[in-house]
Ligand binder design. Structure first.
Ligand SMILES: N[C@@H](CCC(=O)N[C@@H](CS)C(=O)NCC(=O)O)C(=O)O
Length: 324
């Protein structure tokens, strides 16, 4: 059965109902944070359009849509562009009628857990997933030369980070401690109960990188973690259709950004030229005019010769804003 998103039927989401959504996801296969979103789209059984992007810049289409922001994934709905999985999750939560998929609707404990698994555990997992199996997968889309450029890019990203990065020698220890902790935590089907919330997807993608993408054995001794991962994997990735990045660009060009509410116009910086950037790593800035601000997000308007006006949404948490 097909029902439009926003219909209010979101509460009835189950395996049999497909929710039609307008979301486009700019992503690549081996991106763990993209896997987090794909798994959420699977759980909510939303329709979505997939625009595959390169594993590293230059990404000209994304530069037109999101400005300097360089992390992946980026989501899009017409001329609205969503940076960071925090804002993307909120968009999914709204469309699916599942508020527990947005971190601002979850407890402090859940938020602290997410902060830990998405920084320290994420980097420990990426470092621990290095393997020939992973290289072979990467080489399906990158040439050998690009593979070296990819490593150089990621080393540069680590060196310019403003947070202490996990040292390669510490990574396996951090990962093993996390796995023990997860095995202990998993007293129900999901981390915080019988239904998943955003924390499950936040914890899943790093371990997916280790177990499924890197094919490393770290997760093997933990039966509850394996069973939990299999449950999330079984959600699939929703109803996906492929489009090219250029098609996504023309969708943005032929759309108007959604209206900014009166409530979102109350910030004293509204109307100012600002730059917004992640505060942790890959801190490349996006410039524009601040047009909206709410408890959890900033929205800036930018004009690009290829797409015209777009609104770019950023979470407040983990990002910094500077007036120009
Ligand atoms: N806080 C970001 C983290 C995103 C992130 O680190 N993504 C990785 C890929 S999984 C990335 O952007 N790596 C650099 C790149 O792909 O250019 C989010 O939640 O979206």
């Amino acid at each position: 059965m097909l029902v439009p998103a926003y219909s209010g039927l979101g509460l009835l989401v189950n395996r049999g109902i497909v929710f039609v959504s307008d979301l486009i996801l700019h992503h690549y296969a081996l991106s763990p944070f993209s896997e987090k979103v794909r798994a959420m789209l699977g759980y909510t059984n939303l329709t979505w359009q997939s625009a595959i992007t390169r594993e590293m810049p230059p990404r000209p289409v994304l530069a037109s849509l999101a400005g300097g922001y360089r992390k992946i994934p980026v989501a899009q709905s017409g001329a609205d562009i969503f940076c960071d999985t925090a804002t993307i999750s909120t968009e999914i939560a709204i469309r699916a009628g599942k508020p527990e998929l947005a971190r601002q609707n979850c407890s402090e404990e859940v938020n602290q857990f997410i902060a830990y698994v998405e920084l320290e555990v994420f980097f420990a997992s990426v470092l621990s997933s290095a393997s020939w199996a992973l290289n072979k997968k990467v080489l399906q889309t990158l040439s050998i030369i690009d593979l070296f450029k990819f490593f150089a890019d990621r080393i540069r990203m680590g060196r310019t980070a403003s947070i202490p990065m996990v040292k390669p020698g510490d990574a396996p220890g951090i990962l093993k401690q996390h796995l023990k902790d997860m095995e202990f935590r998993l007293q129900h089907d999901f981390l915080f109960g019988d239904e998943p919330n955003v924390a499950d997807f936040a914890a899943y993608h790093s371990l997916w990188m280790v177990r499924d993408a890197g094919e490393k054995k770290f997760v093997r001794p933990y039966p509850k973690v394996n069973a939990w991962m299999d449950r999330i994997k079984a959600f699939g990735e929703g109803q996906r259709t492929e489009i090219t990045p250029e098609q996504a660009l023309s969708i943005a060009k032929n759309s108007e950004p959604r209206e900014i509410t009166e409530e979102e116009k109350q910030d004293e910086l509204i109307g100012a030229r600002v730059s917004i950037s992640p505060a942790d790593y890959a801190q490349d800035e996006t410039l524009g005019e601040l047009v909206g601000s709410s408890a959890n997000r900033w929205i800036i308007a930018r004009d690009d010769p290829k797409v015209g006006r777009v609104h770019v949404h950023f979470p407040k948490q983990g990002f910094s804003i500077v007036g120009q």
